[in-house]
Design a protein around this ligand. Structure first.
Ligand SMILES: [Fe+2]
Ligand SMILES: [Fe+2]
Length: 295
């Protein structure tokens, strides 16, 4: 095949992937609305509760999550109002989104070699690690980083069919590609899972800064405005992979991991302390969300 033929084929695949993004089913109505308002500092609880009451399934799911070790912790949360008082509106919004996207992220991704639940577990681990570090370092983007971490690989479920179609050789290349590099996806499809995820989030109405963090989570140079949160997601991504909760890419690039730690001014001991126990909590939450999906 000549270079021109390869370029033409890549161009066609990219066009089909962009079409697949447009054909993705929309988010459930309540989830879509919450996605648009996820950064609101003073969301009106009355209005949110009214809408959630129309959807008892969502309320039940959110209460289950509110009682998990990560979100709950002290005593049982048994009503929406109680959850609001304990966790605040922003956290409630995050839980509505988490339960809304869980089913899309919990399926098996054959192309990327991920078993059922693996991408969801990975994403939760990234979300929690990034959030814990951001809080500790008081970086100022505490409200957005959990959702950015949760959705950072949202492009993968869209791309998986194309990865599968590209054949075993391409899949091996992709799985062996160092984490933090996206050259194989660019080479095969002309677009990366980070870009696809970011476009999907825009379709769903998420705030533009969240989509931008997702777009830059492997290529920090792709953003100037959101460099630190993008680094934070990349660092948490590396941590998840080192903990055995990888998201379908290859080895962690230890040079980039060290670069991210140093740019975020994070000393290695503090990192280990903060991240301790997060993979287990991510697994608990993944089980919970997968059960909710099955119920
Ligand atoms: Fe990624
Ligand atoms: Fe990832």
């Amino acid at each position: 095949m000549t270079d021109e033929d390869m370029d033409a084929e890549r161009g066609q695949t990219e066009a089909r992937i962009r079409e697949a993004i447009r054909r993705q089913p929309p988010m459930p109505a309540l989830c879509g609305e919450v996605a648009r308002r996820i950064r609101e500092p003073n969301a009106d609880f009355g209005e949110l509760a009214e809408k959630m009451r129309m959807d008892p399934g969502v309320t039940m799911n959110v209460l289950k999550l509110a009682n998990s070790t990560y979100f709950g912790g002290g005593g049982r949360v048994d009503s929406l109002r109680h959850a609001f008082v304990r966790l605040g509106a922003r956290r409630l919004f995050q839980l509505v989104v988490a339960q809304g996207v869980a089913s899309r992220m919990a399926s098996r991704l054959v192309g990327y070699g991920l078993e059922p639940g693996a991408l969801l577990r990975h994403s939760l681990c990234v979300a929690m690690t990034a959030e814990a570090l951001t809080r500790k370092l008081r970086l100022g983007f505490e409200e957005t980083i959990f959702t950015a971490g949760l959705l950072h690989d949202m492009g993968k479920p869209v791309m998986d069919a194309f990865v599968l179609e590209s054949g075993p050789q391409a899949q091996t290349r992709l799985r062996n590609e160092p984490l933090s590099s996206e050259t194989v996806e660019m080479d095969l499809f002309g677009i990366t899972h980070a870009e696809v995820g970011s476009l999907l989030m825009t379709e769903w109405g998420f705030p533009i800064d969240l989509a931008e963090i997702v777009r830059a989570h492997h290529r920090i140079a792709a953003t100037t405005l959101h460099e630190l949160p993008a680094r934070m997601v990349r660092l948490a991504d590396g941590f998840a992979a080192c903990s055995g909760f990888g998201g379908g890419s290859g080895e962690v690039n230890s040079e980039l991991l060290a670069e991210d730690k140093s740019k975020l001014r994070l000393d290695p001991e503090a990192f280990d302390q903060l991240a301790e126990g997060i993979p287990e909590k991510a697994a608990e939450l993944e089980n919970m969300l997968t059960m909710i999906h099955r119920d």
